[in-house]
Design a protein around this ligand. Structure first.
Ligand SMILES: NC(=O)c1ccc[n+]([C@@H]2O[C@H](COP(=O)([O-])OP(=O)(O)OC[C@H]3O[C@@H](n4cnc5c(N)ncnc54)[C@H](O)[C@@H]3O)[C@@H](O)[C@H]2O)c1
Length: 264
């Protein structure tokens, strides 16, 4: 594990921190000596996760699509620790995977609310805390779906493309004030989110492996490692980017399998 000593004592607020990529991030930041606030729709799981990390961490319940909940989460984090240095916007829900004409408009709106509006509201609420000491790092979760057209995933893909664009606009807005905004575009990572889609037959793990140059799905740790780097001072001049962490998935464009090795 790479160690970034400058992260010691900083404070990270991680939405969706009770599961998957957010939980991997929470553990990785805690190992760097960062105080972590885990915010999640599932309050009890968030609190249990925080207890697992240790007494200098907190768990908070709330919905990132609710402005009142966002304000409460950010205030509780700032009041507890006196500062917020890192925001990870990892709360997310999957799309319906239905044909467009069968999609429910309410589902579309909810997905955009959670991913795009949630990321917007959390960033807006946290940045005043970062401006107090003219430094901070916001890390958003985009996706390969925000760049490549994934059929039946209109809301998800549009929300993720929106998150990448908002990463640029906010990154440029706050660059001179010491606040960096970056996104990670994961490929297919084996988290509870992806495993459920595989179990439901909505994703085919073998097809994904054939389409991925690395020949395998990624892990939550791959994403957490990139997040810790982006939050560190080693990334001091990186802002407004969407970093693919996808085993080469988006780089590949040939009309053939990207991986021809054995699938165990
Ligand atoms: N796993 C992948 O392969 C993958 C790939 C690309 C992008 N992503 C993105 O990464 C992020 C995290 O995905 P994951 O795989 O860790 O998913 P996950 O389902 O394991 O975790 C998501 C967490 O977000 C929480 N959450 C959902 N809605 C919320 C809300 N309204 N308010 C607060 N918390 C809420 C859930 O309770 C859960 O704990 C998502 O934005 C997802 O779109 C994941």
């Amino acid at each position: 594990m790479a160690i970034y000593p400058e992260l010691q004592g900083r404070v990270a607020l991680i939405t969706g921190g009770a599961s998957g990529l957010g939980w991997a991030a929470a553990q990785s930041f805690a190992r760097q000596g960062v105080h972590v606030a885990i915010a999640d729709l599932h309050a009890e799981v968030a609190q249990q996760r925080a207890r697992n990390l240790g007494e200098q961490h907190i768990g908070l319940g709330g919905d990132v699509a609710s402005e009142a909940d966002v304000q409460r989460i950010v205030s509780a984090t700032g009041d507890r620790f006196g500062r917020i240095d890192i925001l990870v916007n990892s709360a997310g829900i999957p799309d319906s995977f239905k044909p467009t004409v069968e999609q429910d408009v309410a589902d579309f709106r909810r997905l955009v609310d959670v991913h795009l509006t949630g990321t917007y509201m959390m960033s807006k609420a946290v940045v005043p805390w970062m401006l107090r000491h003219a430094s901070g790092s916001i890390i958003n979760l985009s996706s390969i779906a925000g760049v490549l057209g994934l059929v039946r995933r209109n809301a998800y893909s549009a929300a993720k493309a929106g998150i990448s664009m908002m990463t640029r606009t906010m990154g440029c807005e706050w660059a001179a004030q010491g606040i960096r905004v970056n996104a990670i575009a994961p490929g297919y990572m084996l988290t509870p989110f992806a495993q459920k889609l595989i179990d439901e037959g909505k994703l085919d793990a073998d097809r994904i492996r054939r389409r991925t140059p690395a020949g395998r799905l990624g892990t939550a740790q791959h994403i957490a490692d990139a997040m810790v780097f982006l939050a560190s001072d080693q990334a001091a001049f990186i802002t407004g980017v969407t970093l693919p962490v996808d085993g080469g998935y988006m780089a590949f464009g040939a009309a053939a399998d990207a991986f021809s090795g054995p699938l165990d």
